[in-house]
Design a protein around this ligand. Structure first.
Ligand SMILES: NC(=O)c1ccc[n+]([C@@H]2O[C@H](COP(=O)([O-])OP(=O)(O)OC[C@H]3O[C@@H](n4cnc5c(N)ncnc54)[C@H](OP(=O)(O)O)[C@@H]3O)[C@@H](O)[C@H]2O)c1
Length: 217
């Protein structure tokens, strides 16, 4: 697929490299285009893409997409791994989500929230360090979620580790897990961990295949 990664920081670089190594054509959209041959302006990067990854500060996602323009964004898939935090690391959009705001502002775009509940090193190689983990997916468009599930598989996520929470409204729940993430980092003194949802009943999840129960691990 043609993928535009907006942002050339830790998440953008990791996801871009991971997806490129799986055979995808990846370009980066940056405020400073030209620093590498594949680093374009944000608008040029999105124009060439099927999937747009918003690896940006959560509070910059909406304004960046506004600058790129609805004409360019169209009905592309927007995979949003961002977290909207204040400089004090509290929730910037308490009671709301970046992904929900983007979907409301750009109704033709097909927004999927995923990968925002883990460190960037886990996003691109979950099986290297974890025997089981959960990646949450939220979005309104089933086809877009199938595409994102395929990209997650390319990054090393087994399908049974992917938990489809439902529509884009459920992104609020995972975005508001940020304080849990940071509290856990402090407790473990490490960011390399992941949430793992264990189902006590085989039918309790909305995953294509049920998550393993505790006794199966
Ligand atoms: N780091 C993690 O492990 C992790 C985990 C889960 C979620 N997240 C979320 O993922 C997103 C990216 O995180 P990150 O760690 O990659 O951050 P980062 O290293 O700071 O990179 C963010 C990139 O976004 C661009 N950017 C920065 N400020 C911007 C602004 N005001 N407007 C437009 N673009 C701006 C920059 O790229 P250019 O200079 O090229 O434009 C920058 O390199 C954030 O929302 C973060 O909360 C991060």
């Amino acid at each position: 697929m043609n993928i535009a990664v907006l942002g050339t920081g830790k998440v953008g670089s990791a996801l871009g490299a991971g997806l490129a190594s799986s055979g995808h054509h990846v370009v980066y959209g940056s405020r400073n285009p030209g620093k590498t041959p594949t680093t374009l302006s944000q608008r040029a990067a999105v124009a060439s893409a099927d999937v747009v990854i918003t690896a940006l500060p959560g509070t910059a996602v909406l304004s960046t997409l506004e600058e790129i323009g609805e004409d360019v964004l169209g009905d592309k898939i927007v995979l949003d791994p961002s977290a909207a935090l204040t400089p004090q690391m509290t929730m910037a959009y308490y009671g709301d989500s970046v992904a929900g705001r983007v979907q409301a502002r750009f109704p033709r775009a097909r927004v999927v929230k995923a990968l925002n509940t883990m460190n960037f090193t886990i996003m691109v190689d979950p099986q290297a360090r974890l025997s089981y983990a959960t990646v949450f997916v939220s979005g309104d468009d089933p086809a877009a979620k199938r595409t994102v599930n395929g990209l997650l598989a390319d990054l090393g996520w087994p399908q049974e580790w992917i938990l489809d929470l439902g529509d884009i409204g459920t992104a609020l729940a995972t975005e508001h897990a940020a304080p849990l993430f940071f509290a856990t980092v402090r407790a473990l003194q490490s960011p390399t961990f992941n949430i793992a949802v264990l189902s006590a009943t085989a039918t309790a999840t909305a995953t294509p295949r049920p998550a393993p129960s505790v006794g199966e691990l």
